[in-house]
Design a binder for this molecule. Structure first.
Ligand SMILES: *Cc1c(COP(=O)(O)O)cnc(C)c1O
Length: 422
């Protein structure tokens, strides 16, 4: 590649991507039409917070749920107004209350762990596996105590956690496995849909995800009782307990976690387009896998047989020693080239002031002798970066330039490192 002889943009050379890259927009004509139909009907939401037909919402949200349940072959799909609400409802459905422990991974969107706090539970952080950044089943097993009620596994970046192992572990210990599948609709593990291997699976429909309706979420389960509990959390359940004779679920405080008809209609169209919107990501990911495989200092996601990664984002790991360049400097140099990359996914959550404070009060636990999760720390501080190239319209035509930018930066690792404390 000739480009490797050119000067990196960070050292004054010209950028590989001088033009601004387009933003991912998943909606179009069909979504607009669907929304207009609902607007014309005047029924923008159709819930009533009491027992009866409208306890489960209106036409659009029910149609969305039916579509979702059929596609993923589950007994129940319940729409909610966000995955955060869905996680909260799932944790409550699992029976978590004061002092109950829920095992969670440290590197994920904060809602995975705040959902536990919202239900008055204690998040117990355990380390993730280096290869996938998903929760480590062995660490989970080591953290199970008499107070453990549930495990939340996150299918991070669109790839599966070790769900079959985790489900087996959960069943053996009488725990509920919740999948935070916000990032991986349509992904698979051992040939099974992500979100359906745990007792409960939570999807997101927020504007950053592959499919969206602005804000929204779906909770799926094959368990009738868990489904009912989620429905009670979603819609002021306290008003429905007597009429329905559901006294065993009288512990539930209901919220308003209802999705509107407008969003339900948009989400139906988006859901029909899930494969169409996923395919370009997979093609770009495949091209990136190939393009980046020539760099020994980099590693990309390994997808097991029977597994399907759907690339919410495309993770890349750097071995700084081999590269002769720190992750942060590598990212800085790629960004200077105009590459859509970012270093550091989220900070291990136990470092957030909220969880630090809760830890002091004994309401959050980090289950590792060192008091931190070493692999999550290393991932965050030294090795992980990611690119959103997989979601950029026409991204497939940008892959060669992306790998050329990587080649250029790595070829100048020494100069780029100079004068920098590594
Ligand atoms: C996006 C996301 C959430 C939260 O989704 P919302 O619908 O915005 O509430 C939760 N967990 C993970 C892993 C996410 O990526």
């Amino acid at each position: 590649m000739v480009i490797t002889r050119e000067k990196p943009a960070l050292l004054g050379g010209s950028k590989v991507f001088p033009e601004p890259l387009p933003r991912y927009i998943s909606t179009g004509f069909q979504e607009t039409e669907a929304a207009i139909q609902v607007l014309k009907s005047g029924i923008l939401s159709d819930y009533i917070g009491a027992a009866g037909l409208y306890f489960m919402g209106g036409k659009q949200v029910r149609a969305l749920e039916e579509q979702w349940a059929n596609y993923f072959n589950v007994r129940h799909a319940l729409s909610v107004n966000s995955a955060t609400s869905g996680l909260h409802a799932a944790v409550i459905a699992a029976g978590v209350s004061f002092g109950d422990e829920v095992i969670v991974p440290p590197q994920t969107m904060s809602a995975t762990a705040t959902a536990v706090v919202m239900a008055n539970g204690t998040p117990v952080f355990v380390d993730h596996e280096e290869a996938s950044c998903c929760i480590d089943p062995e660490a989970v097993e080591g953290a199970i105590s008499t107070r453990t009620k549930a495990i939340i596994a996150v299918n991070l970046f669109g790839g599966p956690a070790q769900l079959v192992r985790l489900r087996e572990l959960a069943d053996r210990h009488g725990l509920i496995l919740i999948e935070d599948n916000a990032q991986a609709p349509g992904g698979q593990h051992h040939g099974r849909w992500l979100g359906t291997i745990g007792h409960l699976g939570v999807f997101s429909l927020n504007c950053h995800k592959t499919i969206q309706c602005g804000e929204g979420g779906i909770v799926v389960t094959n368990d009738d009782r868990l489904a009912r509990r989620v429905a009670l959390v979603r819609n002021h359940g306290e008003n429905a307990i007597e009429a329905e004779n559901w006294y065993e679920d009288a512990d539930i405080v209901g919220y308003n976690y209802r999705l509107t008809e407008l969003q339900g209609a948009i989400a139906q169209v988006q859901f029909q387009r899930l494969e169409e919107l996923t395919q370009p990501r997979l093609k770009i990911a495949e091209a990136l896998d190939q393009g980046l495989s020539e760099f020994k200092a980099l590693r990309t996601a390994k997808v097991g047989s029977g597994d399907r990664h759907v690339y919410y984002t495309y993770p890349i790991w750097i071995y700084p020693q081999q590269a002769g360049l720190s992750r942060d400097r590598f990212v800085e140099a790629l960004q200077a080239e105009g590459c859509p990359v970012s270093g550091r996914y989220v900070r291990p959550l136990y470092r957030l002031p909220l969880f630090q404070k809760l830890q002091q009060e004994g309401k959050t636990i980090v289950s590792h002798p060192t008091g931190v999760c070493p692999i999550a720390e290393k991932t965050y501080n030294e090795t992980l970066l990611s690119t959103t190239l997989i979601q950029i319209p026409g991204g497939i035509d940008l892959v060669d330039r992306f790998t050329a930018a990587v080649a250029k930066v790595l070829a100048h690792a020494e100069e780029l490192s100079q004068g920098k404390d590594e």
